[in-house]
Structures are given as structure tokens and as C-alpha cells.
Write a protein that binds this ligand. Structure first.
Ligand SMILES: C[S@@+](CC[C@H](N)C(=O)[O-])C[C@H]1O[C@@H](n2cnc3c(N)ncnc32)[C@H](O)[C@@H]1O
Length: 374
């Protein structure tokens, strides 16, 4: 099996988490950069990465990486790549991407030039003057940063945060990939009892069960590469069977979710059902003021920030309340929040804090370890 070069974009701050995930699943030459991780492997790793990574936004096949400061350079380098190895004579190949701090800054122009170069290459390879583009979609993605161009094919299709369990969403849900990254940083294990006392739509709870029971988050969905035809069906089948055989149904893991809003409680219950993990989680309407960490080994929480939900004063009040009820002891706490003065409001200095982006908003993950670990 020949080696493929791949890259996976991720949320800023989760690069090392994603690199760890990829290494553990057998990817080679794993290298983290700002907002993405490069890696290598065969077709099995390509399918495995799509099925199993919890923090990757998508899995991209790297076609080329080169410097370009003019449209001629961009066209020539894009034309020189073996697009026909992946894109069939009838396939569709839309182009999208971004450019930052580069001479080639016009996105529509870059799109047009890359499209032209690939079309010319495919036309020559297939000896046809007109490309129908009625077949499987091969989304080309470009990323240009400081004049370095990365050209890729998107093997995932819909972003990997779309696990297929959350059709209903509330106003400020945390992205599945960010929730999974926080659970990784919290070292949530099969033996843990997890709690999210402001569970919203239940993302932490579902991702927690998936992680603890080793349920691959991509098992309930398909990926673009499965429609392309060049990865044999047997490879996809064997990777899906491998993923199913890894599930640890014997794990003692349990989770509890609370929320003040009865609609959030109902939504979490509906999402748990869709995700097939209702049996592991109990959800109840409750105010954070009444929270007790007894029996909870890991507590994760994404309180309202005072932007979309509540005003700033109410949000700050909640941080104070959390500080009162999240008492030091057996439990460990992981709270994501944008407030610089969170620790002051909470009343204790975090054992560790880490920058993480929630969408475009710079946040911190405040980590409080259990007494035992401190
Ligand atoms: C940002 S949302 C959490 C989103 C959640 N992580 C998700 O993925 O859907 C904050 C949640 O806190 C809840 N909340 C606000 N004040 C609360 C309180 N005093 N006690 C418990 N829950 C509260 C809100 O109803 C809302 O569902």
C-alpha cells in the first residue's frame, strides 16, 4: 500500500491533542503546526483517521505544497500535480480555500486559477475538451499562508464535528471537536463518573461516553472518500469492523447532566437517544447552586459567557457560584471560559490553564486537579 500524505485542520490549541490521537491510531511522521497536523499512512489510516479522530475538523489528502507569489506560479505548480490519480473523468472538483499574509490574497482569483489548472490537467490526461463534472464530488481545498500554498482534496465531506447525533441544537452549543479535546485534556477514562452541571444540548456527555467506551465518532456517518472508488470497499469495511470491535461495552463509565432550563434537559435526552448512549447518562433539571461533586470524578463545564446567553454580570455571578460548589476534594474540574478574571471570580487559582478558541472567541480552559493529584 503506498504512503499517502495527509493533513487535518483542528481548533487552535488542540494540535497536540490531535497529534496524540493520530499517533495512537498508527499514523506516521505526525507533525503538529498551528491549527493543523500533518501525517502519513496508507488507505487504512485515511479511513481510520476519518472514523476515529475526535478533534480533527476534516481529513485532507495533500496533493502539493509549494511557494507561489504570482498567478503563473500558482497555475504551473497546480497543473504539475497528478490530479488524475484521484479525480475521475466525470467527477466534480469544486475549489475553495483561504489566504493569509500572502501576495495572492484574492480568494476568487486563486479559486479560478486552481480550477483552470486542474481542469487543463484532467482534460489532457483524459483527452477530452469538456469535463462534465456530474460524478462524485472531490472538493479541492487550498490554504495559502505567507506565500506557501497547500493543495488538498477533502476526504471527509461534511466537517467531522458532524457526528450525526445532534440534529437539534440550542443557542450556544459547544462544538463536538472542542468538547472532545477538553475531555482528552481532562484525561476522561472508562472508570470515571463524568458530570456537566450546565449541559445545554449534552455535547460533553455524549462525547464523554464515546471516549470512555472507545466508540469511534464517525461510525454513524459516511465520508466523501467512500464515494470516490479508489479506496477498495474491503479497506473501508475492515476499518468499520475494527472500530466496532474496539467498543468497550464493559466500561463502568457513567455520566450526569444538569441544566436549569427544562428545554435543555429535554434536548439533551433527545440527543443522547440519537447518539445511542442514553443508558449511560442521567439528566435532570437543577440549578448550579444545588450542585454537589460527591461521586463525580470529573466535572466539565461550559457556562454562559454573558454574550449570547445571560448578561456579563449574571455570567460573572455564575463563576462565583461555581467556585462555591466546585469544592476541592476527590473531583477534578475543567471549565472553559473567556473571562481573564475567571480565577478571581471562582475564588481559586487554576492548577493549569490553556488557551483554546471557541469559534473565534479566545477562551481559557481552567483546570483544577483533584486533591490526590495535586
Ligand atoms: C453555553 S450553554 C452550555 C452548552 C453545552 N456545553 C452544549 O454543548 O450544548 C450554558 C447552559 O447553562 C445553563 N445554565 C445557565 N444558568 C444556569 C444555572 N444557574 N444552573 C444550571 N444551568 C444553568 C443554560 O441553560 C445553558 O444550557
Amino acid at each position: 500500500m503506498s504512503t499517502l500524505q495527509m493533513t487535518a485542520p483542528c481548533i487552535f490549541g488542540l494540535e497536540s491533542v490531535l497529534a496524540g490521537e493520530l499517533r495512537r491510531m498508527g499514523a506516521e511522521n505526525v507533525q503538529a503546526e498551528n491549527g493543523r497536523v500533518f501525517f502519513e499512512g496508507g488507505q487504512d489510516i485515511l479511513i481510520r483517521a476519518n472514523l476515529h479522530t475526535r478533534t480533527a475538523e476534516r481529513i485532507l489528502l495533500v496533493l502539493g505544497r509549494f511557494r507561489a507569489t504570482s498567478f503563473e506560479e500558482l497555475f504551473d505548480a497546480a497543473y504539475a500535480l497528478p490530479w488524475e490519480d484521484y479525480i475521475g473523468r466525470q467527477d466534480a472538483f469544486p475549489v475553495k480555500g483561504w489566504s493569509l499574509e500572502s501576495a495572492l490574497h484574492s480568494i476568487p482569483d486563486c479559486q479560478r486559477i486552481i480550477k483552470k489548472a486542474v481542469a487543463k490537467r484532467l482534460g489532457n490526461a483524459y483527452r477530452i475538451g469538456w469535463l462534465e463534472e456530474t460524478g462524485a464530488v472531490h472538493q479541492i481545498r487550498f490554504a495559502i499562508h505567507k506565500n506557501e500554498v497547500l493543495l488538498t482534496l477533502d476526504t471527509s465531506g461534511a466537517g467531522l464535528h458532524k457526528r450525526g447525533y445532534r440534529q437539534n441544537s440550542m443557542e450556544a452549543p459547544i462544538k463536538e471537536t472542542l468538547a472532545a479535546g477538553i475531555l482528552d485534556l481532562a484525561h476522561v477514562k472508562a472508570e470515571d463518573t463524568l458530570c456537566d452541571p450546565m449541559c445545554g444540548s449534552g455535547t460533553f456527555l455524549i462525547e464523554g461516553v464515546y471516549r470512555a467506551l472507545q466508540i469511534a465518532p464517525g461510525l454513524r456517518r459516511r465520508f466523501s472518500v467512500e464515494h470516490w472508488g479508489w479506496v477498495p470497499r474491503a479497506v473501508v469495511q475492515s476499518e468499520r469492523e475494527r472500530a466496532l470491535s474496539m467498543i468497550r461495552r464493559d466500561a463502568p463509565f457513567r455520566a450526569y447532566g444538569f441544566d436549569l432550563d427544562p428545554e435543555a434537559v429535554a434536548l439533551t435526552e433527545a440527543n443522547l437517544k440519537k447518539a445511542g448512549v442514553s443508558g449511560r447518562v442521567r439528566v435532570q433539571k437543577a440549578d448550579i447552586s444545588r450542585f454537589s461533586p460527591e461521586q463525580m470524578t470529573a466535572v466539565v463545564c461550559n457556562p454562559p459567557y454573558g454574550e449570547r446567553l445571560l448578561d456579563l454580570e449574571q455570567a460573572q455571578m455564575l463563576c462565583r457560584r461555581m467556585g462555591e460548589v466546585f469544592t476541592a476534594g476527590e473531583s477534578r474540574y475543567y471549565i472553559i471560559n473567556p473571562l481573564e478574571r475567571f480565577e478571581e471570580l471562582f475564588g481559586r487559582k487554576a492548577d493549569k490553564r490553556r488557551k483554546l478558541y471557541n469559534g473565534t472567541l479566545l477562551c481559557y480552559l481552567f483546570m483544577y486537579f483533584s486533591e490526590k493529584r495535586r
